[in-house]
Design a binder for this molecule. Structure first.
Ligand code: NAI
Length: 262
């Protein structure tokens, strides 16, 4: 098991979107830090691959195939995770609500069904996971950390990103509101707003187009590169751990210092 500055030994984490990209990187890193990680996603095959990666790293993983837009599925899985955590009512220490979908359409072309789907996954899906995790944390009477996944898209307007950026802006407001409501229970709630990160979501399925897009995105960053899922996972690990014990209600931006977010 690699050494890490962050010790999550004995803790239990629940990660949505854990079958791919940023969610998978978060699940693996939290497990490497010692947490037992409950990986949730729609994609059963991707979940198995994540579980294998965690096992290879010597960590502990459980998988839950679920749709984050179904509050009953989410509630049941979070309860199972907390119960599995141990004797006497169980416990959940960390939630990383990462699952999300991209959608591109101009404001004038945005259809009701797009609006509903994007808000269902990117906002309601985060809300349901936060509600259930917070209930489990409050019931256990122990401190907890909730990390939501926003996006650099909340900091700028770009053509074609109305639904996506509006749903992510709602996640930011959810995060700040929850931080005020859950602080008295010693539950911290923070959002991560990454810049452009190389994952299946940003795969252009065309090598030349991918290269041009990444070069454009890299030029926006003083570090002159796009992000990798692990860059974001390290921010999530910091927020999940006691190293950020006095940090709540914040939006942290792993974006290579980009001043003009994608
Ligand atoms: P990804 O497409 O690789 O992973 C998203 C995961 O969410 C997939 O495993 C997918 O199966 C899962 N998912 C989607 N809908 C679901 C549902 N209804 N129920 C359960 N699971 C569901 O994407 P990526 O890039 O890893 O994105 C993760 C999060 O990071 C998303 O919320 C995304 O909006 C956000 N983000 C990504 C950025 C990027 O550049 N890749 C930048 C900023 C934010």
């Amino acid at each position: 098991m690699p050494l890490t500055a962050y010790d999550l030994g004995g803790r239990t984490a629940f990660v949505t979107g854990a079958a791919s990209g940023i969610g998978r990187a978060c699940a693996v890193l939290l497990a490497e830090a010692g947490a037992a990680v409950h990986c949730a996603d729609l994609d059963a095959r991707g979940l198995s691959a994540t579980r294998e990666l965690i096992a290879e790293a010597g960590g502990t993983a459980y998988t839950h195939r679920l749709d984050v837009t179904d509050r009953f599925e989410v509630a049941a899985a979070v309860r199972r995770a907390a119960e599995a955590a141990g004797a006497g009512g169980g416990r959940l220490d960390v939630l990383a609500a990462v699952a999300g979908i991209m959608h591109s359409a101009t404001a004038l072309e945005t259809r009701d069904e797009d609006l509903e789907r994007v808000f269902a996954v990117n906002f309601k899906g985060v809300l349901y996971a936060c509600q259930e995790a917070a209930r489990a944390m409050i019931a256990a009477g122990a401190p907890g950390s909730i990390v939501t996944m926003a996006s650099g898209a909340v900091d700028a307007a770009r053509p074609g990103l109305l639904c996506y950026s509006a749903a992510k802006a709602a996640v930011v407001q959810l995060t700040r509101t929850l931080a005020t409501e859950l602080g008295p229970y010693s539950i911290r709630v923070n959002a991560v707003a990454p810049g452009w990160v190389r994952t299946p979501m940003t795969d252009r399925h065309d090598a030349a187009l991918q290269q041009r897009t990444e070069e454009t995105m890299a030029r926006l960053s003083p570090l002159r590169r796009v992000g990798e899922p692990e860059d974001v996972a390290h921010t999530v690990l910091h927020l999940a751990s006691d190293a950020s014990a006095f940090t709540t209600g914040q939006i942290i931006r792993p974006n290579g210092g980009a001043t003009m977010p994608w």
